[in-house]
Design a protein around this ligand. Structure first.
Ligand code: PLP
Length: 450
């Protein structure tokens, strides 16, 4: 193990300066709530200072103090081709020279929607929007419009954006009527959201038994990526499909995170389940703001102006975003792209597992394709299969691991409920350096355990 420590030294500086990030954070905090544009960018420790980024290249970012890190945040998933990928940049720059927004259709929108539809047996038509939140919000409106029903079901610990009706999580019971998880969400709105535990078919069956006549859709992340990374239990997604069919409800797969990441198409292709409606985002925008909701023609034709369900957007189908998205999908379509992601991610998973074992730190490392969830569990052999398991892991031990990784030159998202994202730019050397850093970080966790 020791052999790696010297080798990692170019990235390892325990006296890492973050002075400029601290000044930047003090300034941003005066004009931005919490100093950030999205809450998950803020974190506790090291003065509670977020990393202020100056530059990204491949799998690495450099902060404003000049510290260089291997990045597993990757903008929370979109950057599957890496930071500042040459081809994606060239496509954006080329388009920028011809205009950045028109409020009129472009052929690139058709190209992108056609690429998405041809990858997915469940999709004939696609509506482009600007964010995953917008996609989920609109897909739920469509499910309600198409079924004439009011209620939706979601899983505890699954995130579908910050829409009022989706900011609802379960209490500790198997199923509860919606309780808002943020002030500002009216109880009347939350009351239409029913929450069940992820990976629990019995709870899903029960909610349909009780409210089946008024359930418009069951919305689920087919692979849960907002409680770390939790794969669906065998038969879970097929069971949801059956329940939805039985009760005349729509199955909505939120593939904002998994779409075109875990397979060409997404989780629905990987697990061979056909949802009624799907949401996409992140990867299909190649790092620019773009998302989509999609489904078969007879449902999607209910969307305005083809049908009565209203939904619109000034910047929807933005030409810079479609250029980045089309190019990213072209890169992913090249032979071997998903194999490379799989191999590198497996290498990361195995390396983390071995490093933890050597340090005597119990972990559960879940992985599907290039999404990895690392949990510091209480005991060897503990698994994480739902939100309750994920929340039972120690936040303090994760914080120790996170900060030690950062000091060793590896950036993770500052939350144990976020996945690590591997990109095509994470080469073998980067993975080896990450594993070497984790040896230091697991040792730090072990020290705090004693
Ligand atoms: N759905 C899922 C599964 C997500 O992971 C996210 C964001 O992380 C969203 C929806 C919301 O997307 P956005 O942040 O683009 O609004």
């Amino acid at each position: 193990m020791q052999r790696h420590c010297e080798w990692i030294s170019p990235h390892y500086d325990p006296r890492m300066s973050i002075e400029k990030s601290q000044v930047a954070f003090a300034e941003s905090s005066l004009v931005m709530p919490g100093g950030v544009s999205s809450p998950v960018r803020a974190f506790q420790g090291v003065g509670g200072t977020p990393v202020f980024v100056a530059d990204g290249e491949g799998c690495r970012v450099t902060d404003v103090d000049g510290n260089r890190y291997i990045d597993y945040v990757m903008s929370y998933g979109p950057l599957i081709a890496g930071h500042a990928n040459d081809r994606v940049m060239a496509a954006i720059c080329k388009q920028a020279g011809h205009g950045t927004s028109f409020g009129m259709p472009t052929m690139a929108e058709t190209t992108l929607c056609d690429t998405i539809a041809s990858a997915l047996p469940s999709v004939d038509m696609v509506r482009l929007v600007n964010s995953g939140t917008e996609a989920a919000m609109s897909a739920i409106r469509l499910a309600r419009a198409a079924t004439g029903r009011n209620k939706i079901v979601k899983c505890a610990g699954c995130y579908h954006g910050h829409v009022d009706g989706l900011l609802v999580e379960a209490g500790s019971g198997a199923l509860t009527l919606g309780t808002p998880s943020s002030p500002g969400v009216p109880k009347s709105v939350a009351a239409n959201t029913l929450t069940v535990p992820y990976n629990d078919l019995d709870a899903a069956a029960k909610v349909f038994e009780l409210h089946g006549d008024d359930i418009a859709c069951f919305a689920v992340e087919p692979i849960a990526g907002n409680m770390g990374l939790v794969p669906p239990a065998p038969g879970y997604l097929a069971g949801l499909r059956e329940l939805c069919d039985k009760h005349g409800a729509m199955l909505l797969f939120d593939e904002v995170m998994t779409g075109f990441r875990v397979a060409w198409g997404g989780a629905q292709v990987r697990y061979n389940i056909r949802p009624d409606l799907s949401c996409f985002g992140k990867v299909i925008g190649g790092g620019l703001p773009l998302a989509a909701y999609a489904g078969p023609k007879h449902i999607m034709e209910q969307v305005s102006p083809a049908g009565p369900m209203y939904q619109a957007g000034t910047l929807s189908g933005n030409p810079l975003a479609t250029a980045a998205g089309i190019t990213t999908l072209e890169i992913l379509q090249e032979p071997g792209a998903y194999d490379t992601l799989e191999t590198r991610s497996a290498q990361l998973q195995n390396g983390l597992e071995t490093a933890a074992k050597d340090a005597g730190v119990p972990v559960c490392v879940n992985r599907v394709g290039s999404m990895v969830g690392l949990y510091l569990v209480d005991a060897e052999g503990d698994t994480v299969e739902n939100f309750a398991d994920a929340t039972a892991t120690s936040a303090d031990r994760f914080a120790t691991f996170f900060h030690a990784m950062r000091e060793a030159g590896v950036l993770l998202a500052p939350s144990r409920f976020e996945a690590l994202f591997v990109s095509l730019a994470h080469d073998e050397e980067a993975i080896e350096q990450t594993v070497a850093a984790s040896e230091i970080a697991f040792a730090a966790v072990k020290r705090t355990d004693i």
